[in-house]
Design a protein around this ligand. Structure first.
Ligand code: ADP
Length: 171
């Protein structure tokens, strides 16, 4: 079983095969982690994203990482949280699963996720983290090439949530 780890910090600094971007449907950049990734990767990332022609919620697309330490960026679009009854959990699950599938297809060994949808898209952090950990740990069973999955937490609060959820898995 690959290693699942939570770290506190800025995802743009991580030296992994791929970092995941919590993008929007246009893939043309935005605020939060998306803005940080585009700033750190440079203009070429926007040019590469323009060619993709957008992305539906729950799907994922891959580009190079350009000036990032990460080799690739996997762009996925999380759901906007309304009340949890509009398909949000399944769409959030799909983001994690499709991102991992792309990583597996490209033979990547390490990937880092931000807490998709928990910023501007207002997904409650604990509910989102439960979905993230559950989906990643079940998807990885069929993905032997992946060795390390990092949950990159931008706040101490998120880090505590992930550490509690990962504890039983790493025991
Ligand atoms: P969304 O629109 O999917 O909610 P946001 O970027 O607004 O995306 O927020 C998603 C999560 O990413 C939030 O928990 C936010 O705190 C976190 N975040 C913002 N900047 C960074 C960064 N540089 N590295 C890692 N996580 C970040």
């Amino acid at each position: 079983m690959p290693e699942l780890r939570a770290v506190h910090g800025d995802i743009t600094t991580l030296e992994v095969d791929a970092i995941v971007n919590a993008a929007n449907n246009t893939l043309l950049g935005g605020g939060g982690v998306d803005g940080a990734i585009h700033r750190a990767a440079g203009q070429q990332l926007l040019q590469a994203c323009r060619k993709l022609g957008g992305c539906h919620t729950g799907e994922a697309r891959l580009t190079p990482g350009f000036e990032l330490p990460a080799r690739y960026v996997i762009h996925t679009v999380g759901p906007v949280f309304k009340d949890g009854t509009r398909g949000e959990p399944d769409l959030l699950r799909a983001c994690y699963r499709h991102s991992l599938e792309l990583a597996q297809q490209h033979d990547l060994k390490s990937i880092a996720f931000p807490a998709i949808s928990t910023g501007a898209y207002r997904y409650p952090p604990l509910q989102a983290a439960r979905i993230a950990v559950d989906e990643v740990s079940s998807a990885l069973v069929d993905m032997p090439s992946l060795e390390t999955v990092i949950f990159c937490c931008f706040s101490e609060r998120h880090l505590e949530i992930y550490e509690k959820l990962l504890e039983p898995l790493n025991a």
